[in-house]
Design a protein around this ligand. Structure first.
Ligand code: SAM
Ligand code: SF4
Ligand code: SF4
Length: 349
């Protein structure tokens, strides 16, 4: 076997190990969030290129040989992929995988929470940016706010653990709801994490003036709650966590103003088997071809050399453009239309 021997880490050019794999199971979505999928129609990945559950499971097995022990299922909207719990059950049998998480918009959670729990899902994150139905409708172009809230409530009812609520914080959109969202998180027993608005993929009206920074968010919480204590953690997780005086914890993912590329151990697999080493990477590594040829040696070579040559620090590079005022749209819309892989919804958030 060609894998890295047990105990030895596969490291990239900055000495970062490979630990976490985000697997997009579909590029389709039942919402049209303005910051992610602002258009009605997209060039979708051809059906025959989509990996089967067995193929995804095989790839994860090989990634595990190189140190991956955490998998997050995402999309597009992962609950649109039929029989998703079957994939979770398959992954659950892999002893090297210690943590299986899911990021969803919550619309289909009401009907699927029980089977996700039964399949062994370890943690669930539901994205929710507002508690106001009319704002939800204008952000997502859909009228499914009540279904999302029902889905979130159902998580607790069925005893699924590890609930997080992810909120993209956007100036002029939901900056007046931060405290309300924390209070909502307390009610549903979920930890809220605020994500700074990122200039990824199709976020085509992104502008620095819309980014609500970590510093601004913390100031809002200090004013509302008195004190906000940072929690000291030795973790490569993207969220910085904080504690309020009543013990409530919350997170901020400051990708735009305070990138955390230095400790990034994450990479992404698209639903058609392209491997991206950074959220901002323009090119991916084709793993579908060797996978479908049953060429494990070539798969291992592509993964090993891909990671060993990894130089990506996408969010830091984007930030560096600010000093010359060049930070704007990441990829122009014409280019996005030609390659669906460049979209956030294709590579998973
Ligand atoms: N559809 C699922 C959902 O929305 O949870 C999973 C896929 S979605 C691409 C994953 C995460 O990316 C969501 O929490 C979403 O809010 C986040 N996201 C998408 N575009 C973003 C942007 N421009 N800036 C920050 N976060 C973004
Ligand atoms: Fe919204 Fe997630 Fe769908 Fe993107 S993939 S449009 S963030 S629900
Ligand atoms: Fe990792 Fe790229 Fe995100 Fe930086 S921008 S944290 S390197 S995925």
């Amino acid at each position: 076997m060609n894998a890295v021997p047990a105990g030895a880490d596969l490291l990239d050019t900055f000495g970062r190990p490979l630990r976490s794999l985000r697997v997009s199971v579909t590029d389709r979505c039942n919402l049209r969030c303005h910051y992610c999928m602002p258009e009605d129609e997209y060039a979708w990945l051809p059906r025959e290129t989509l990996l089967s559950f067995e193929e995804i499971n095989r790839l994860v097995e090989i990634f595990a040989e190189f140190g991956v022990d955490k998998v997050r299922l995402t999309g597009g909207e992962p609950l649109l992929r039929r029989n998703l719990p079957t994939l979770i059950s398959l992954l659950k049998r892999q002893t090297a995988i210690q943590d299986i998480a899911l990021t969803t918009n919550g619309i289909l959670l009401d009907e699927q929470a029980e089977s996700l729990r039964d399949a062994g899902l370890d943690r669930i994150t539901v994205s929710l940016d507002t508690l106001k139905p009319d704002r939800f409708r204008s952000l997502t172009k859909r009228d499914t706010f009540d279904r999302v809230l029902r889905g979130i409530a159902h998580v607790r009812t069925v005893g699924l653990t590890g609930l997080k609520i992810d909120t993209v914080a956007i100036k002029g959109f939901n900056d007046d709801e931060l405290v309300e969202l924390i209070e909502y998180g307390k009610c549903v027993e979920g930890e809220v994490r605020f994500i700074e608005y990122m200039d990824v993929g199709g976020a085509n009206d992104w502008g620095m003036e819309k980014v609500l920074s970590q510093a601004e968010m913390l100031e809002t919480f200090r004013q509302a709650y008195g004190s906000v204590e940072p929690i000291q953690e030795n973790s490569s997780a993207p969220a910085r966590r904080f504690r309020l005086p009543d013990g409530t914890t919350f997170g901020i993912i400051p990708s735009t103003t305070t990138p955390f590329c230095a400790t990034c151990d994450r990479s992404r697999l698209t639903a058609d088997g392209m491997w991206y080493l950074c959220l901002y990477a323009r090119h991916g590594v084709d793993l579908r071809e060797p996978l479908r040829m049953n060429d494990d040696a070539s798969l291992r070579t592509r993964i090993r050399s891909g990671w060993q040559q990894r130089v990506d620090r996408g969010a830091e590079d984007r930030k560096a453009l600010e000093s010359s005022s060049e930070r704007g749209q990441f990829i122009q819309i014409d280019e996005l239309r030609q390659d669906p892989h460049l979209e956030m919804h294709a590579r998973g958030g």
